[in-house]
Ligand binder design. Structure first.
Ligand SMILES: O=C(O)C[C@H](O)C(=O)O
Ligand code: SF4
Length: 514
């Protein structure tokens, strides 16, 4: 009985974490929405984000399709059997994956094979500690890969672009943290949250940084110097103009939490864990005798529901032009598009992410891609009772990872549009110009919102790469995205990067005396 309850409690924790954004995070997102000027692209993106948060809650489906590397931190009273807890976690993970609350995310690093059930070597991550209390406390964070890739570790002293020398003191630490926000741009689905670890060795520093992500967004650091620095960072980061999804705007960073530990004389690390707006972490207390949940954490204060706040704000500035797109798309249609145009796609699109791009660079495509749209997306997919595939969550993935392949693949197969998030680099921009192509930016993390635009799965290729990496043939209706790189050499991402670097440079003067 105890073990059955325990497994159910862990399942509930996983489901709630994946589908229902915590109250403190909701309040931070709502505050960001207030800060954005109505009618701007950033404000509209935040509308999509809040609509998505609401949909995930109502559908009990993943807020974002990337449910991350499930990471548990557990405190147990002396005498509790940790092996039993571990086994219960694994069973709950498998059930949550079968039920579409988690995407199968465990990939063999050498063979590329997805285990299909979220279990693998070192996955999930489970860390135990003993304590004197008589309840079990179980914390869970589902941190996706796009924001994980934007984590950064500085070794002081260092020379930082925009900010100059960062020395081994509080001011050097300040510069590293500000720089970490700049370097993330919109790629980790800003507006984000950061956890910072000062000191330790490389692994302990990152661990401390991630530990900070379990703090409440609204708490105050007991160390007054660090409390000051946390506020300073949030305030200044929000002047960098990176904004939601890197579209430019007022809301870039929603929280900064800093922890400190000792170091050894030769090493001085500042480790930053970047978390997207889809900041999925929760915790529960479990009664060790019954296995039942006795307390949910992060439950203080108001729960903001986003059901009525999303009035479509199509103003002159945002709706420069709304263009209906349907593949196959001609070169002429593509060349008519400009950065800032909004597109509404109906008809077919095909998913392709890391494995597909590598595959297409070496092989023929399984279908004719001439004039087609490639969507950088790894969805959550379940089979319904008739054996048909149902897309359960389908937001974009970070496109920059395909930079080495993208331009060549577009030219090789005649692809006219690629869609993802965070933008791409100079090689792709040059190819868009030469070949006649566009890059479309969808709102990262808005997995329920986009799943709703997907009306059917017409086929799938390359399933050997696993569900997130296969090529899904999607029939969509009114799938909305923004042109952020066009065939005329313009890139919103390059512009925001440049202007935010200029703004970052304003903060190179010393703030803290050593
Ligand atoms: O893997 C994904 O679906 C998305 C990833 O979290 C990303 O941000 O790129
Ligand atoms: S797609 Fe964006 S919101 Fe989702 S896990 Fe990746 S960084 Fe986070």
């Amino acid at each position: 009985m105890y073990l059955e309850n325990l497994e159910q409690s862990i399942y509930d924790l996983i489901t709630e974490t994946s589908t229902n954004l915590p109250k403190d995070v909701r309040r931070a997102v709502a505050a960001a929405k207030k800060a954005e000027n109505a009618g701007t692209r950033a404000a509209m993106s935040l509308d999509t984000i809040t609509t998505n948060i609401q949909m995930a809650d109502e559908n009990v489906s993943p807020i974002c399709q990337d449910t991350g590397l499930p990471t548990f931190k557990i405190y147990t009273p002396v005498g509790v059997n940790q092996l039993e807890i571990k086994a219960a976690i694994k069973r709950a993970i498998v059930t949550a994956t079968t039920n579409g609350k988690l995407r199968p995310n465990a990939v063999d690093s050498l063979t590329g094979k997805n285990s299909g059930d979220n279990l693998g070597d070192g996955v999930p991550v489970i860390k135990f500690e003993q304590w004197e209390n008589d309840t079990i406390e179980m914390k869970l964070i589902l941190k996706g890969g796009g924001c994980e890739n934007k984590n950064i570790q500085y070794s002081l002293p260092s020379e930082l672009e925009g900010l100059g020398k960062a020395g081994r003191d509080l001011d050097g630490i300040r510069k590293c943290i500000l720089h970490s926000v700049y370097q993330a741009q919109g790629q980790g689905c800003s507006a984000g949250f950061i956890g910072v670890g000062i000191g330790g060795d490389r692994s302990a520093g990152y661990e401390l940084a991630k530990e900070q992500l379990f703090r409440s967004v609204e708490d105050v650091n007991p160390n007054p110097e660090l409390a000051h620095l946390e506020n300073y960072i949030v305030e200044k980061a929000n002047t960098l103009g990176i904004g939601t999804m890197g579209f430019g705007g007022e809301a870039t960073l929603l929280g900064c939490k800093i922890g400190v530990m000792h170091r050894i004389p030769a090493s001085f690390f500042v480790s930053v864990a970047y978390n997207c707006w889809a900041y999925r972490r929760l915790a529960v207390n479990i009664d060790p005798s019954t296995g039942e949940i006795v307390k949910w954490h992060y439950q203080d204060g108001e729960k903001i529901s986003f059901d009525e706040q999303n009035v479509e704000q199509e103003t002159e500035e945002t709706a420069k032009k709304v263009v209906e797109l349907r593949a196959p798309i001609s070169e002429e249609e593509i060349r008519a598009l400009q950065v800032g145009d909004v597109v509404k796609i109906s008809g077919m699109m095909y998913t392709g992410r890391d494995a597909i791009h590598k595959y297409l660079s070496e092989n023929d495509a399984p279908i004719d891609l001439n004039g087609q749209i490639i969507y950088h997306c790894g969805p959550v997919v379940l089979k319904d009772e008739n054996g048909d595939y149902q897309i359960k969550a389908a937001g974009p993935t970070t496109s920059i990872r395909e930079e080495p392949y993208q331009g060549d693949i577009m030219k090789k197969f005649g692809i006219r549009a690629v869609m993802g998030k965070g933008g791409m680099g100079p090689k792709t921009l040059a190819a868009l110009h030469e070949h006649g192509g566009v890059y479309l930016n969808a709102i990262g993390g808005a997995a329920q919102y986009y799943a709703d635009c997907i009306k059917g799965v017409e086929g799938v290729d390359l399933m050997q790469f696993g569900i997130p990496e296969a090529m899904w043939h999607l029939r969509v209706e009114d799938f909305t995205a923004v042109v952020t790189m066009d065939s005329h050499g313009n890139s919103l991402h390059a512009d925001v990067d440049k202007s935010s670097l200029e703004k970052l440079a304003q903060y190179s003067d010393r703030v803290y005396q050593s």
